[in-house]
Design a protein around this ligand. Structure first.
Ligand SMILES: *[C@@H]1O[C@H](CO)[C@@H](O)[C@H](O)[C@H]1NC(C)=O
Ligand SMILES: *[C@@H]1O[C@H](CO)[C@@H](O)[C@H](O)[C@H]1NC(C)=O
Ligand SMILES: *[C@@H]1O[C@H](CO)[C@@H](O)[C@H](O)[C@H]1NC(C)=O
Ligand SMILES: *[C@@H]1O[C@H](CO)[C@@H](O)[C@H](O)[C@H]1NC(C)=O
Length: 328
């Protein structure tokens, strides 16, 4: 009798755990394609302690970005973001370290900046890569003369395009556009289109279809939207930027034929496609790479960890989504 009760209690506890897991959507949801799902959270967070010592786990999530990324590093990366030249473009002091850290906290349990692969920590590399993309996407200037990453990144936080509302009528039932509202590029990694605003709004529980402007007013939200873009594949059956930078993604035969491998190059392929990839030695591509390498230095990661040029760049990669056949 007592035993039975205990067993029931245990079952109940396991159920509660499973319910909690599915609330985090680590079991069977899209984020679970990173390692967080089956290997980590779904089997209980304690499984994840001491990620760097458990030989049986190929993939594991532990810790927090604040363990290795501090405000002074952020300030060095974006030291000119509030300078006079950028003043006309942006609200002073819109972006800050704390908004990035607060935004990250939401995604850390899913492995953003917190993943170990084969007991090797990938978080520092991932944060450097993510911020390199953010920097180039929000930069007000890039010095073509010196080819140096400019410190005035984190300047723009929206890019209007009066020619389009970015409303895809195919999604009018799931993510209906609000009349008169344009779903143009907003956020630290820009998102466009009603379906993206709808998806990320649902995820974060913010009504972005009616209020896309929240992203322009709230830096934490602007970073959250960007990390969401980073964690989610553009299309089903494709890897996310997260999966390729942590080296979790396994290319199939087509990928190999198209010279697509896990690494920084593939993050550009996923986020920008043929705007920068598969074009040989492209200036825009080199700009993103330059930011990445510079940030790795600032975060104390050896540049050799980026791998050979075929991994670091996407100059020769066939793009996942040719721009002629897809929306940005
Ligand atoms: C680019 O760098 C060069 C050399 O430091 C400098 O003279 C020039 O003014 C810079 N250009 C911009 C747009 O900042
Ligand atoms: C900004 O966004 C964050 C994350 O979505 C939210 O928690 C916070 O309440 C927002 N701040 C304001 C002032 O609306
Ligand atoms: C490989 O590419 C071919 C031609 O583009 C396509 O028909 C096929 O479905 C792809 N296979 C996989 C596994 O992606
Ligand atoms: C390469 O980068 C430039 C921006 O520097 C861009 O305008 C151009 O379209 C890109 N593609 C090619 C094929 O050069």
């Amino acid at each position: 009798m007592e035993y039975k009760c205990c067993a029931l209690l245990t079952t109940a506890l396991i159920l509660v755990m499973l319910v909690n897991c599915s609330a985090l959507r680590c079991a069977g949801n899209s984020y679970s394609r990173g390692c967080c799902g089956k290997e980590a959270i779904a089997v209980g967070e304690r499984q994840c302690a001491l990620c760097n010592t458990i030989p049986t786990r190929t993939c594991c999530v532990e810790g927090a970005i604040t363990d290795y990324f501090q405000m002074d590093q952020f300030e060095k990366m974006f030291s000119n973001r509030d300078s006079l030249e950028v003043e006309s473009h942006a609200n002073k002091a819109f972006w800050d370290y704390q908004s990035f850290i607060t935004a990250s906290a939401y995604f850390q349990p899913y492995g953003f900046g917190t993943t170990y692969i084969n007991r090797k920590f990938t978080g520092t590399k991932e944060v450097a890569a993510f911020l390199a993309h953010v920097a180039t996407k929000t930069s007000c200037e890039y010095n073509m003369t010196t080819r140096k990453p400019s410190a005035s990144s984190l300047c723009y936080y929206k890019k209007t395009n009066s020619n389009s509302y970015y409303c895809d009528e195919q999604y009018k039932n799931t993510y209906p556009c609000t009349s008169g509202i344009a779903y143009y590029s907003r956020g630290a990694l820009p998102i466009y289109w009603n379906y993206n605003y709808g998806e990320v709004g649902k995820e974060l529980d913010v009504d972005l279809l009616n209020h896309p402007e929240y992203i322009e007013q709230n830096a934490t939200l602007a970073f959250q939207v960007a990390i969401w873009r980073w964690m989610m594949p553009i299309k089903e059956h494709q890897p996310s930027a997260h999966e390729v930078i942590i080296d979790y993604w396994k290319p199939n035969k087509n990928d190999t034929l198209g010279k697509r491998v896990s690494g920084f190059g593939a993050t550009m392929n996923i986020l920008y496609g043929d705007l920068v990839c598969g074009q040989g030695d492209n200036e825009s591509m080199n700009n993103v790479i330059a930011h990445y390498l510079y940030y790795l230095d600032l975060m104390g990661v050896n540049r050799e960890e980026t791998g050979p040029n075929e991994v670091l760049s996407c100059a020769k990669q066939v793009v996942f989504n040719p721009s002629s056949s897809s929306s940005p």
